[in-house]
Ligand binder design. Structure first.
Ligand code: RB5
Length: 187
């Protein structure tokens, strides 16, 4: 199993704790940042890790922010990502067994590093049980498909004029789609 891991500034120290744990267990991983405690925007990191998982180069991802909530909201915007924010091991284990969660989100301001490691360990060791749960995951996939936003097609290609500011809502693939970098900002 190969893991993609990332955090914002609030999760930076816990990410270091977890990467040490992964190394101790010889679990391969790639760190997608952030690499300092300078304030940064969690959706950027969530996007990198989720794209890495969806690319098939990584089996699962771990995302850490202050609460785990911003990361999980961001990650669950990606079709095919099932992100679970967990504060104790039981939910993390069931997130694998029942929900086949391919991303674990942790809140570094919610759980201490020892508990976070137990949560990650439970999630890493548990396996998806399939059967009745697959029917429900298939329903989630159909919800994703029914509500998918079609990719933006530039008007020159489509032969039509987009209604209003389509880039703001639905940018062309490959563009920086989480918006401009902010300057100094509160944590
Ligand atoms: C950063 O202050 C904080 O908002 C972020 O880490 C996360 O908890 C958001 O959900």
């Amino acid at each position: 199993m190969k893991l993609a891991i990332g955090s914002d500034h609030a999760g930076f120290e816990l990410k270091n704790t977890l990467t040490q744990y992964l190394e101790s267990r010889l679990i391969p991983y790639e760190d997608f940042g952030t690499f300092t405690t300078d304030s940064c925007d969690y959706p950027r990191i969530a996007e990198k890790v989720c794209k890495a998982v969806l690319s098939g180069q990584f089996d699962r991802g771990i995302l850490i922010c202050g609460t785990g909530i911003g990361m999980s909201i961001s990650a669950n915007k990606f079709a095919g990502i099932r992100a679970a924010a967990c504060s104790e091991p039981y939910s993390a284990i069931l997130a694998r067994r029942h929900n086949n969660a391919n991303v674990l989100c942790l809140g570094a301001r919610v759980v201490a590093s020892g508990l976070a490691t137990l949560i990650a360990e439970g999630w890493l060791n548990a396996s998806y049980e399939g059967e009745r749960h697959q029917r429900r995951l298939d329903m989630i996939t159909r919800i994703e498909q029914r509500n998918a936003i079609p990719p933006y097609v530039p008007s020159s290609d489509a032969g039509i004029t987009p209604a209003a500011e389509p880039q703001a809502q639905n940018p062309a693939p490959g563009t920086n789609d989480v918006g401009p970098e902010k300057g100094t900002q509160p944590l």
